[in-house]
Design a protein around this ligand. Structure first.
Ligand code: FAD
Ligand code: NAD
Length: 564
């Protein structure tokens, strides 16, 4: 059998005839469709080709790449893979799926189970618990039920049943992720991966080479010093998801995403919650106005109290009949402030990148606050801020945006890079959502950030808001407690940020995030048609009420399509 190859080499390619003779026995095709496999050149410094090496009984593909020597000449190198990804979380999975679509021979090195934090200990099981808490909050809200004319006997729950729901969902998604990888021909190599040198990775006792390597090793819970986690009474999100018991009173340290989502779960299950937050306001990461509005509904109406501007400096687990003891100090002066005695404490103070054993020292890479330094193309930078050739880092480990879909989108952008398309991901268009009930979602700048940007760059911003109380669907659902806010450039209609608190906010945000990502301005969004009655009309209302001063381009007249 003769292998064939399609060449699409860059104009600068200058491999000598001898180099090309090394590809002896391989048919060079001028048309992609004639080749068994095809390859486009990758961006500098790599120029590459792919060879099919026939083996008796099977076809084993070896990757042969023409590596640039920096002077426009090529040297042929052989690799086991086009792409090796260290870490099989959502970032690694997203990158691998895109890589096989692009025809790259791909392997994932995973030290634990496929799915990483999101599937096994994060997004997936937490959303299963939140699905339960939504129903419990609703069923236990007598007034809400009465407003529909419904009478419901007191709703109860089976703790183990809820835990099983979360656990079963995680295993279901984990299996489907593993199956999708295997079906598509991604090799899953089990073991902790260490980078020995650029393009060389060791896992278990095996060394493999790859033309390009992606670090996607994620993050773990950050535990501030002085806090002792026993996994029973002082816990992290990893423990909550097993829901081994429901404490009567739980302190949640940190009012970010994890703290808020689990306050929703615990209050639904009947616990009293005390927040301990280092900054002066609860929910400090959110747009302040939306945060305040959300606090009225999510905190003030529930069995939740809070201490802000304080650090939990020491937490001792419950033992010998004594409760969990939390010592609070002033976040600024560090003076002792208070001592709390509670049944349990959940540590939700942020996450720290996981790079232990990765071998970064072998390639002269120094982490910054634990994160792997990268440029806007996710290319890893060494201690001298030079690019490490053929090495990328995506997801929580680079700390650009610690969200599952951001990890996966970064993975896709890297695959595009290694395939020669200079695709740079616009992080401003990546949405985020907190899945409380109601939900909070956001994309782009908060209002204070947008105002600062406007002042620095000398433009005017516009801010418009709308209440869910003006939305028929929300009113029909008796869930009209909500606020949406659009921040935009008043001169040209560019969307700077959208923040929503209200029913299904996590779904509603995508119209705005896609508009930012695609560069669609308000002048065009105003003409988009939304079905009635839907929550999406909240977005319609926002776009229509925005006032843009520049000449508005009329929408392109589209000829009416005949439906019949
Ligand atoms: C409770 C909780 C809820 C969350 N909810 C959401 C949510 O609703 N939406 C959202 O967008 N995000 C959510 N997140 C965040 C989300 O889980 C992370 O942003 C996401 O998992 C990051 O993906 P990743 O691929 O970078 O890393 P991870 O998912 O952490 O995967 C990294 C993988 O690398 C493996 N690994 C590490 N080192 C090595 C090594 N040396 N060799 C081999 N393998 C290695 C690990 O075993 C792991 O499988 C949540 C997080 C938590 C904790
Ligand atoms: N729905 C989602 O998308 C979702 C859900 C959960 C987690 N996540 C991701 O997981 C990551 C971790 O979430 P998180 O909630 O732990 O972090 P976070 O950064 O969102 O919030 C941590 C909070 O803890 C506070 N804090 C830190 N140290 C403290 C101390 N010693 N005492 C008191 N307060 C302290 C901080 O001021 C901050 O408000 C986030 O980056 C988030 O992106 C996302």
């Amino acid at each position: 059998m003769q292998s064939s190859i399609f060449f699409n080499l860059p104009p600068s390619f200058s491999a000598s005839k001898t180099d090309l003779n090394c590809l002896n026995g391989i048919k060079l095709c001028s048309r992609r469709s004639e080749a068994l496999c095809s390859y486009s050149y990758s961006s500098v410094p790599v120029m590459r080709t792919k060879v099919l090496k026939p083996k008796i009984g099977s076809i084993r593909r070896t990757i042969v790449a023409v590596m640039s020597d920096g002077n426009g000449r090529g040297e042929l190198k052989e690799f086991d893979y086009d792409l090796v990804i260290i870490g099989g979380g959502v970032g690694g999975h997203g990158a691998a799926l895109h890589a096989v679509q692009k025809g790259l021979k791909t392997a994932i090195v995973e030290g634990d189970v496929i799915g990483g934090t999101c599937v096994n200990r994060g997004c997936v099981p937490s959303k299963a618990l939140l699905a339960v808490s939504r129903r419990l909050h609703e069923l236990r809200n007598e007034e809400h039920m009465k407003s529909f004319g419904l009478q419901v006997a007191t709703a109860g729950y089976d703790r183990q049943g809820i835990a099983d729901h979360a656990n079963n969902l995680a295993s279901k998604i984990r299996h489907s992720l593993s199956n999708s990888l295997q079906t598509l021909g991604v090799d899953i190599l089990t073991g902790a991966g260490t980078i020995l040198e650029p393009q060389k990775v060791k896992y278990g006792g095996t060394i493999i080479t790859a033309k390009d390597v992606i670090i996607a090793t994620g993050s773990v819970q950050a535990i501030p010093t002085g806090i002792e986690v026993d996994g029973k009474t002082v816990i992290t999100s990893d423990h909550v998801l097993k829901l081994e018991y429901v404490p009567d009173w739980i302190a949640i340290i940190g009012s970010g995403y994890i703290g808020l989502e689990f306050s929703d779960v615990y209050t639904a299950l009947g616990s009293e919650v005390t927040f301990v937050e280092a900054l002066d306001e609860l929910m400090p990461g959110f747009d302040p106005e939306i945060g305040k509005f959300a606090q009225k509904v999510l905190i003030n109406t529930r069995k939740i109290d809070y201490h802000t501007g304080v650090l939990a400096s020491k937490i001792t687990p419950a033992k010998n009949g004594k409760p969990v003891i939390i010592e609070l100090i002033d976040a600024k002066t560090k003076e002792p402030k208070d001592t709390l005695e509670v049944d349990a404490a959940l540590i939700a103070t942020g996450r720290t990148p996981f790079t232990r054993g990765l071998g970064l020292e072998n390639i002269n890479v120094q982490t910054q606050n634990g994160f792997v330094p990268v440029d806007e193309r996710m290319r890893v930078l060494d201690a001298n801020s030079e690019l490490v050739p053929h090495l990328y880092c995506i997801g929580d480990a680079n700390g650009k945006m610690m969200l599952a879909h951001a990890a996966s989108a970064q993975g896709i952008s890297v695959v595009e890079q290694v395939c020669g398309n200079d695709y740079v991901l616009n992080h401003l268009g990546i949405p985020a959502a907190c899945f409380t009930h109601p939900e909070i979602s956001m994309v782009g700048y908060t209002e204070p950030q947008a105002r600062e940007k406007a002042e620095n760059e000398g433009f005017e911003i516009g801010v418009v808001k709308t209440s869910f109380k003006a939305n028929t669907k929300a009113l029909a659902e008796n869930e009209a407690e909500g606020l949406a806010k659009l921040i935009y450039r008043a001169d040209n209609g560019k969307i700077l940020g959208v923040h929503i608190f209200g029913m299904h906010a996590a779904d509603l945000i995508h119209e705005a995030s896609n508009a930012i990502a695609m560069g669609t301005c308000i002048q065009d969004m105003k003409y988009a048609v939304h079905a009635h009655p839907t929550l999406s009309e909240v977005m319609d209302e926002l776009f229509k009420s925005a006032k843009v001063s520049s000449a508005v381009p009329e929408p392109v007249a589209v000829e009416k399509e005949k439906l019949v």
